[in-house]
Design a protein around this ligand. Sequence first.
Ligand SMILES: [Zn+2]
Length: 214
Amino acid sequence: MDFILLGPPGAGKGTQAKLMIDKWAIPQISTGDILRAAVREGTPLGVEAKDFMDRGELVPDRVVIGIIAERLKKKDAAAGFILDGFPRTIPQAEALQEILDELNRGIDHVVSIEVDDEELVTRLTGRRMCKECGESFHAVFNPSAKEGVCDRCGGDLYQRDDDKEETIRQRLAVYSRQTQPLIAYYEKKGKVRRIDGTGSIEDIFKRILDAVGK
Ligand SMILES: [Zn+2]
């Protein structure tokens, strides 16, 4: 089972990834994690990646793709994998295809967890943090007893800049702009499984199982 997992911020992708890992005993492979691992292990590509990261530059595709290729060849990925955060572009998707061709395997399913923007904005802008003790609440899903006041210590609650609507809408727009061409690319190959990302965690997971025929 070779998966690519897609989903905007706030869609619960991480939660579903955990359930998929448990179900199929396959690793989640996210670009950030494997870059850090390659740097830690000091592989030749890891050393190269570190140079770019130390300079605060983006690690170029050639290096990222090399590291992904090494990761996909490891034993624990033999039965499958969940790619998360890669590919992000068509050239990366094409490079991935070449890697998989070489390994005589291919992407089985591109699982796209979809939630409309207004719902995501509600989910993502609702977080409130306590200035004093750091406790977190949600204006809609987990409100404090008294608005703006921490239940635990009575401190003032505030909204982090990252959680402001404008910032959230920008992140969602970036996600959509990046992802649409990829979806179209895999759509042509008949690989895209669109999953309604609303409802309970179990309901969403059941939709994934149904969509991949398991
Ligand atoms: Zn508090």
